[in-house]
Ligand binder design. Structure first.
Ligand SMILES: Cc1ncc(COP(=O)(O)O)c(C=O)c1O
Length: 381
């Protein structure tokens, strides 16, 4: 049985930790010394660094990627009469966030080409939602697996119906659309610093980024129990504890310093995969002017389960994101429209994510390609 040149990790956080450990330890010591565990100077430092990297006007560090969606939704004061359009093929947090914040999620199917929200289906769902007496209020554009959603088309639909576009960039930090980084594409963007994300912390974390700062103040209040920033005593709106602590902020700041190098390496591996594997699967296509952040390298393929089993035997870890579309999940199936979400429901049977992280060697990546091609060839045996 073939074996990898060295063990292959799906995501290698240990190699990254070895690279930044002295800096992280120095940060821990500094925080232990100053003792401002909440709202220490590291919070603002990270927020400024996120603005510098992405070009966004303001940023807020928050407790996790789900809060990064809930907080802007709460800041907009959604009610059950407000339709929040969500792609049916994404992580469940996107839909839960809309429900927690009081809006009514409306599923939109994705495109088989880029696996992201289908702007044509969005148009149809907006008309349907209006027919049900809902007020189209927000589009949550998920940059699935790192690929920017089709913002040009989504912005056009949103504008035509007076909707806010909230980008869910939990998987796409570092992606670009028309030269703008995620965080500076939509008016408001949420991202996640869950450890396995391309920019992660050592625990839970997330950030909200604002293209022009309009919603910033309301989100800043929601993040801190809805209190006014001057006194922090009176709740001026309903809020929650959405803060990110100083230690996690310092860790993300250190990781952001090496993020550019890591992204370059992700791109190199993706290019190697593209070169060697194109034609063996349906690739996740992206539009001209869009650059993936390569959160994941996800392919769509018939006989997916057989390919995955063979890769496992050969020491190649893979993952299925996602094996179920949201509209069929127990918590959300009451939102499933007649006819379901055909493209999403088919994709969940075909998607497979290959190992992709900045510490994968060319030798390992070539081994992944060799074994993938062999597995594809023998998937029907
Ligand atoms: C698309 C998407 N949205 C939201 C989230 C939620 O982020 P978190 O787990 O940090 O709350 C995730 C996390 O996996 C995600 O992939």
């Amino acid at each position: 049985m073939p074996t990898p040149p060295s063990p292959i990790a799906f995501i290698d956080l240990k190699a990254q930790q070895a690279r930044i450990r002295p800096q992280v330890e120095a940060r821990f010591t500094a925080i232990l010394d100053h003792g401002a565990y909440i709202n220490g100077p590291e919070v603002r430092e990270l927020e400024d660094a996120l603005c510098d990297f992405t070009g966004c006007a303001r940023a807020l560090a928050v407790g996790n990627g789900t809060d990064a969606l809930i907080i802007p939704m709460m800041a907009l004061g959604l009610t059950a009469a407000d339709a929040v359009f969500i792609p049916a093929f994404t992580y469940n947090a996107t839909c839960s966030a809309a429900m927690i914040s009081g809006g009514t999620p409306v599923f939109v199917d994705v495109r088989s080409s880029d696996f992201c929200m289908d702007p044509a289906d969005l148009e149809r769902r907006v008309a349907e939602a209006r027919g049900r007496g809902l007020n189209p209020r927000m589009v949550v554009a998920v940059d699935l697996f790192g690929i920017p959603a089709d913002y040009e088309a989504l912005f056009a639909v949103a504008k035509a119906h007076g909707m806010v576009v909230l980008a869910d960039a939990a998987q796409s930090f570092g992606c670009r659309w028309n030269g703008r980084y995620a965080g500076n594409i939509a008016e408001v963007t949420g991202t996640s610093f869950f450890p396995a994300k391309s920019l992660g912390c050592y625990g839970d974390g997330g950030a909200i980024m604002f293209r022009d700062g309009d919603l910033w103040e309301a989100c800043e209040e929601v993040r801190w129990h809805g209190t006014d920033s001057a006194g922090r005593k009176e709740s001026v709106r309903v809020g929650l504890n959405g803060r990110l602590d100083s230690i996690q902020c310092a860790i993300v700041t250190e990781k952001l310093k090496i993020f550019g190098h890591e992204l370059k390496r992700r791109r190199e591996i993706a290019a190697l995969y593209n070169e060697r594997l194109t034609g063996a699967f349906d690739a996740q296509a992206f539009a001209l002017g869009a650059e993936s952040g390569w959160g994941y390298y996800t392919v769509a393929i018939d006989g997916r389960d057989a390919v995955q089993a063979r890769l496992k035997e050969d020491g190649v870890p893979t993952a299925i994101y996602y094996g179920q579309s949201l509209n069929t999940m127990k918590a959300f199936e009451h939102l499933n429209p007649d006819g379901g979400m055909p493209v999403a429901e088919r994709l969940v049977q075909r998607v497979l994510s290959l190992p992709l992280h900045p510490y994968l060697t060319d030798e390992q990546a070539n081994y992944v390609c060799d074994r993938f091609l062999a597995a594809v060839e023998r998937r029907n045996d």
